[in-house]
Write a protein that binds this ligand. Structure first.
Ligand code: UDP
Ligand code: MG
Length: 316
């Protein structure tokens, strides 16, 4: 019998744990799916500081299909998902948020598409649930930009909610970068993709752990890990200013030859100096972003560390 893994990264979700169990249990006991497949629900505790871990242990004690992996600290959702992919044993892995913003009811449809031979069945949001207009606008602008910059399609309104065949899971596991931008990696790996539309629910309890600042950082990670276009932009900017200054030089030369050189132009010099200084700093900053990435990746630290699996310490 084939096995399905439901992978749920969890960070301080004690308020949602009960609702989560109540939503997941009917799915894995469902006649249609449980007769055909073995289920495993892999909860990855990403260093929660509340009672989420105890709730996971209780779930595991009540039903051994609930497994839980405890990371040594908070590594962020992207790395927690990688940990889950490493420990998942299913022939397909379904990634889902703990806050039930991704509706469980869509999962049987995803499984059907997988049975039809699709390797990566991703959920696409028809609506985005309750979030501020500014956040939605910024997020869509970001996807627009990324789309323009990269050669791979990074789909807007598609999150981490998806079913991945083992072949995709193994592909994702090969990419061990520390600053992961999983949304991009999903697109990068390719394979047969199929979309399933769904309506994103509102968050029932707690609040989103992604602030504007962390979303901004994720955006920078997304851009710097998938494209070097900003570096090229810096070169183009340099070329452009150099050309402008040559033209200006010719103009000044001709003017001096024709009309002599009355000393003036302090404001012009200031403007040009400040402008060029600004351009140089921007270019340096862009280069710095990439060097920072090289720095963190060359250390080759593991993307996450595991404390225990199902309450048993993993020490070798
Ligand atoms: N999450 C995690 N580690 C983190 C932050 C979040 O594992 O450092 C989990 C969180 O518990 C939830 C999922 O990632 O299951 C999505 O988080 P959230 O709902 O805060 O994000 P949003 O839905 O706003 O994108
Ligand atoms: Mg959420």
């Amino acid at each position: 019998m084939k096995k399905l893994t439901l992978l749920i990264p969890i960070y301080n979700e004690s308020r949602n744990m009960r609702a989560l169990a109540e939503a997941v249990t009917p799915l894995i006991n469902n006649r249609l799916t449980s007769e055909k497949y073995d289920w495993e629900v892999l909860l990855v505790n990403d260093g929660s500081t509340d009672t989420s871990l105890a709730a996971m242990a209780a779930l595991h004690a009540a039903d051994s299909r609930f497994q839980y992996l405890d990371l040594s600290r908070n590594f962020g959702k992207e790395n927690a998902m990688l940990a889950g992919l490493d420990f998942a044993s299913g022939d397909a892995v379904i990634i889902m948020d703990a806050d039930l913003q991704d509706p469980v009811e869509v999962i049987p449809e995803m499984i059907r598409q997988w049975e039809d031979g699709y390797d990566d069945v991703y959920g696409r949001r028809r609506s985005r649930g309750k979030e501020s207009a500014l956040r939605r606008k910024l997020s869509l602008t970001f996807y627009g930009l990324l789309q323009k910059f990269t050669r791979i399609d990074i789909l807007p309104n598609v999150g981490d909610f998806r079913l991945l065949d083992r072949i995709c899971v193994n592909a994702l596991r090969q990419m061990r970068e520390n600053q992961r931008y999983t949304k991009g990696l999903f697109c990068w790996i390719g394979f047969n993709k199929k979309e399933v539309l769904f309506d994103r629910n509102d968050r029932p309890g707690g609040k989103s752990s992604f602030s504007y600042r962390s979303l901004f950082n994720l955006a920078i990670d997304g851009i710097t890990s998938f494209t070097t276009v900003p570096l090229r932009l810096a070169s183009v900017m340099g070329l452009f200013t150099a050309m402008c200054s040559i033209m200006y030089l010719c103009y000044v030369l001709v003017r001096t030859l024709l009309y002599g050189d009355p000393v003036a132009g302090f404001p012009t010099i200031m403007c040009v100096m400040l402008f060029l200084g600004g351009c140089q700093l921007i270019a340096l900053g862009i280069i710095g972003e990439y060097i920072a990435r090289i720095f963190t990746e060359t250390k080759q630290r593991p993307p996450y560390l595991v404390k225990s699996l199902n309450g048993k310490r993993l020490d070798r």
